[in-house]
Ligand binder design. Structure first.
Ligand SMILES: [Zn+2]
Length: 282
């Protein structure tokens, strides 16, 4: 089973995770920029983070045979913090970089006017840079959050077939599918979607434009959830081809819209700017 996890925060994970992911079939990941779990106090904190998503993290992934790309943005939560908003002015010089395959994750957290402004500005940045957009939908009041998200997409210069709306569930999938956007589902250990609910959704809505991710980060999460969904689908009678479409071809097609996806992963360098993942006895 070949697996592309289209939304995972590897910066928060260990080399053991990379090793286990590769053993489970993961050969490619996209890491969206997000918040740190605590507030950033200046935009310099974003810039160092972006640089690590563009350099150090792809290097770490390559050591385990996994291709790593990223999406960059001002995340929904910090769109409300005046100390962070000026990073919008820095984004254009980052969005031209080869490893960046979308603008994201953007969208709503608490659905504030500041979030409206940041979302509209970043959908425009995606259109200007001919990049697709990864749009997070809120965890609270999901149907209202999805509706407001789709309104923002419709008002933007970006066409829905260049937008992935993420963190969907049973209450939002129908409207999201009707919008023409790509459909993202995050499968967590005990919240959001689980494997069995994912099987039921795919039975009802089919595999077209559906992406499944672990959204694993520094919180309670599981970087092998993509594989567990693949196994559950096979057990439920889906074909190898269905599983390959959801876990590989759909993410390749969506992020391929950037024109920048490079899944050959031949890096054999043992250091990145003089630093390695090895410890001791080199
Ligand atoms: Zn995320």
């Amino acid at each position: 089973m070949r697996i592309f996890d289209p939304h995972i925060h590897m910066t928060s994970r260990t080399t053991d995770d990379y090793e286990a992911m590769h053993a489970a079939g993961v050969r490619a990941v996209v890491e969206p920029s997000f918040w740190l779990g605590q507030p950033r106090t200046s935009i310099a904190s974003f810039l160092d983070y972006f640089d690590s998503l563009l350099g150090w993290e792809p290097f770490r992934a390559a050591q385990y045979g996994i291709a790593h790309h990223c999406t960059l943005a001002l995340n929904p939560k910090e769109a409300n913090d005046p100390r962070c908003v000026p990073v919008l002015d820095e984004l254009p010089r980052y969005l031209v970089k080869d490893q960046v395959v979308a603008v994201g994750e953007i969208g709503y957290d608490s659905m504030t006017p500041a979030e409206d402004t940041a979302l509209a500005a970043q959908l425009q940045l995606a259109a200007d840079h001919e990049l697709p957009a990864l749009v997070h939908t809120p965890h609270r009041d999901k149907p209202a959050g999805l509706r407001r998200t789709l309104d923002a997409v419709r008002a933007s210069a970006l066409s829905p077939d260049r937008v992935l709306v993420d963190h969907l569930n049973e209450t939002t999938v129908k409207e999201a599918k009707e919008s023409g956007c790509w459909l993202g589902f995050s499968v967590y250990p005990d919240t959001k979607m689980d494997e069995e609910r994912m099987v039921a959704i795919l039975r009802e809505y089919g595999p077209e434009q559906v992406l499944v991710n672990s959204a694993a980060d520094w919180g309670r999460s599981d970087p092998l959830k993509t594989r567990r969904v693949g196994d559950a689908l096979l057990k439920a009678g889906f074909t190898d081809d269905d599983v390959d479409q959801v876990l590989w071809r759909n993410p390749v097609a969506f992020y391929g819209l950037s024109g920048r996806l490079n899944l050959r992963n031949t890096t054999t360098d043992v250091t990145h700017e003089g630093n390695s993942i090895l410890r001791g006895g080199e």
